[in-house]
Design a protein around this ligand. Structure first.
Ligand SMILES: N[C@@H](CCC(=O)N[C@@H](CS)C(=O)NCC(=O)O)C(=O)O
Length: 208
């Protein structure tokens, strides 16, 4: 059984979506970041940077931190959404999410959504970067059904929950035709609907 330590955030939802897609048995241990659950000593043993998500595989005691590493671990273990023949290209789109899309949109959330009015520079900078990312993803999805290839992969699973925060981004998702096509296609998957509702409190996917 897989235990997922997580909160209801895009990085957390990546993992519930993949676990639902795989259909394996798992349980979520909710972490309240506002109450500093992430800094507790026991959690630090499995998460050296005190961040969610982390999984523990109770079959063998293996723990994995960093959402990209968790996706790779589970996809390899269950041999799903990470086809060997596309692995090089899947890795590139997965790393682009981990290194660019997530961190940049995360900063945009900080300035535009949580702290408007505190830094004009920060708001402008990350709004511009968010818009640019939407355009670049749209361009890619004009040429490819999914981010890495013609199949749905862990690169899509990593990126989609960030675009699901489109209301916070204020960029106007529906102006990006290919990104919207991809977003809605993934949003209609049963596992994605279930995985999105990480805390099982009826959370629904925002429409473009
Ligand atoms: N690169 C990490 C980022 C994880 C991350 O930023 N987690 C946030 C929530 S989405 C967190 O745990 N923040 C708590 C903190 O930094 O104190 C990953 O993808 O797993």
């Amino acid at each position: 059984m897989i235990e997922l330590f997580s909160s209801d955030t895009p990085n957390g939802k990546k993992i519930t979506i993949l676990l639902e897609e795989i259909g394996c048995e798992f349980k979520v241990t909710a972490m309240d970041l506002s109450k500093d659950d992430q800094f507790k000593n026991d959690f630090k043993k499995i998460s050296p940077f005190s961040k969610i998500p982390v999984i523990v595989n109770h079959e063998n005691g293996v723990s994995v931190f960093e959402s990209g590493a968790i996706l790779m671990y589970l996809a390899e273990k269950y041999n799903k959404f990470y086809e060997q023949k596309y692995r090089n290209v899947i890795n590139q789109w997965l790393m682009a999410q981990m290194g660019t899309i997530g961190p940049m949109l995360g900063q945009h959330h900080q300035f535009h959504h949580y702290n408007p009015g505190k830094s004009k520079f920060g708001e402008e900078r990350f709004f511009k970067i968010a818009k640019r990312l939407y355009g670049e993803l749209d361009e890619r999805l004009a040429k490819s059904e999914y981010l890495a290839c013609a199949d749905y992969t862990i690169a899509d699973i990593a990126t989609w929950p960030w675009i699901a925060r489109h209301e916070w981004h204020d960029v106007g998702l529906k102006n990006y035709k290919n990104l919207t096509r991809w977003y809605l296609d993934i949003a209609s998957r049963e596992a994605v609907i279930k995985g999105f509702d990480l805390l099982k409190n009826g959370s629904e996917i925002p429409k473009p």
